[in-house]
Design a protein around this ligand. Structure first.
Ligand SMILES: NC(=O)c1ccc[n+]([C@@H]2O[C@H](COP(=O)([O-])OP(=O)(O)OC[C@H]3O[C@@H](n4cnc5c(N)ncnc54)[C@H](OP(=O)(O)O)[C@@H]3O)[C@@H](O)[C@H]2O)c1
Length: 214
């Protein structure tokens, strides 16, 4: 499978590396071709990875990961070209965090809207699933916890896209908890803040969520 990864940060690298490890082809996108971080990543991993612009990565991917700075995601999607996303599974990992008033951050989008909903509105025809926004990048691929595989909370409007996402999460080493349509991003983006607050209060970032059932 061809995977386009929009983002040269830790999330882009972690998820791109995960897809590569599973045998997929990955193209990392950035605002400008020749981005040094993307070039270094391609050099480090070699083989089935390449780099290009956001638009090139989006056109390349059969599945597209959006891993851009939360408050700049809509600009990145405009650069990527919304037509490049039509009909595809789009994994939205972003959190619209606003650090302008210090720590803890606030959500720059809240109330009756969310980053996930904005991504879906910006990409009509794409099948957006919110995922991977409630854990730190070091644990995104094959997380190892004493309590067993953690759960990734996801949401999205397209059932088939969520089924595909669940399959991918299983291969990445995660259980999946589906919390509904893309509007549930309002809660998953808030859940990110819970993850951040626990990290800050314990000064440790090795935690992930798991839903216990009986
Ligand atoms: N870091 C984590 O552990 C973690 C965990 C869960 C979720 N998240 C969320 O995942 C997303 C990615 O996080 P990250 O830490 O990997 O990277 P990041 O530093 O938040 O974002 C890096 C990407 O954002 C792009 N970007 C920055 N400003 C932009 C602008 N004005 N217009 C268009 N694109 C712009 C950069 O483009 P260039 O490549 O061109 O510089 C780069 O590709 C964020 O929304 C974050 O909240 C992060």
């Amino acid at each position: 499978m061809k995977v386009g990864v929009l983002g040269t940060g830790d999330v882009g690298k972690a998820l791109g590396g995960g897809f590569l490890a599973l045998g997929h082809e990955v193209k990392m996108g950035s605002r400008e071709a020749g981005n040094p971080k993307a070039q270094a990543w391609v050099k480090e991993l070699g083989g089935r990875v390449s780099a290009g612009t956001f638009a090139e990565a989006a056109a390349f991917g059969e599945v597209i990961v959006v891993a851009t700075l939360g408050v700049a995601t809509l600009q990145a999607l405009t650069l990527a070209g919304p037509d490049n996303f039509k009909g595809k599974l789009v994994v939205d990992t972003t959190n619209p965090l606003d650090f302008s008033k210090g720590f803890p951050p606030r959500l720059s989008i809240s109330g009756e809207d969310s980053g996930g909903e904005q991504v879906q509105r910006a990409l009509p025809g794409a099948r957006v699933v919110k995922a991977f926004n409630t854990v730190g990048s070091p644990h995104m691929f094959r997380p190892q916890f004493p309590g067993g595989p953690p759960d990734m909370f996801i949401c999205g409007d397209d059932a088939a896209a969520k089924a595909k996402m669940t399959e991918i999460l299983g291969l990445f080493g995660w259980g999946t908890v589906d919390v509904g349509g893309i509007a549930s991003s309002r809660y998953l983006e808030g859940m990110c803040l819970v993850w951040v607050l626990h990290g800050a209060s314990t000064n440790a970032w090795n935690h992930a969520f798991k839903l216990l059932r009986k």
